[in-house]
Design a protein around this ligand. Structure first.
Ligand code: DUT
Length: 155
């Protein structure tokens, strides 16, 4: 069963009323980065290639077509017995852009990231709502203990 937006909001810091939706919570744009060095996904481990901030005028990102790392502004805690899924705000999609996402594990805490695909130039503003996180009840044996635990929680 998917939980209500109010329930999701109780696991995200910090959230305004405007961000709480019937079935989830809108996440806002923190930063946009561009990968500049190769990463690696191997059988014996992985690494994330270096990234650099993209040009920003004040809080405004004018993005040309390409792939970008989008960092969310909120700290997300996926509670026990749940799994998180994230979807783009449909206005992004309607503007020829897409957010690619992965699974948000029970026990994960941090400010996560997504892959923003820009297929047509778009202007994004820091603090704008760009995505929606939903939580579903889920069985699990262990909780998340990977390398991204606690990411950017000190920001
Ligand atoms: O779109 C997403 C999806 C998930 N996460 C967070 C929550 C998730 O729990 C964590 C780790 O994801 P995953 O388990 O897929 O990472 P991995 O590549 O398997 O690395 P590790 O084994 O170190 O966790 O990243 C994001 O930031 N963005």
């Amino acid at each position: 069963m998917f939980r209500s937006g109010q329930f999701v909001a109780s696991h995200i810091e910090s959230v305004t009323d405007e961000q709480v939706q019937p079935n989830g919570v809108d996440l806002t744009l923190g930063d946009v980065l561009e990968q500049v060095e190769p990463g690696r996904v191997g059988v014996d481990g992985k690494s994330v290639g270096d990234r650099e901030p993209v040009d920003v005028a004040g809080d405004v990102f004018d993005l040309d077509p390409g792939g970008y790392i989008l960092q969310y502004a909120e700290t997300i805690s996926i509670p026990d017995d749940h799994v998180g899924f994230l979807y783009p705000r449909s206005t992004l999609m309607r503007n020829s852009c897409m957010l690619n996402t992965a699974v948000w594990d029970a026990g994960y805490e941090g400010k996560g990231e997504g892959l923003l695909q820009v297929h047509h130039p778009i202007r994004l503003e820091r603090g704008a709502r760009v995505a929606q996180l939903v939580l579903a009840e889920a069985a699990h044996a262990d909780v998340y203990d990977g390398t991204y635990q606690g990411e950017r929680t000190d920001e």
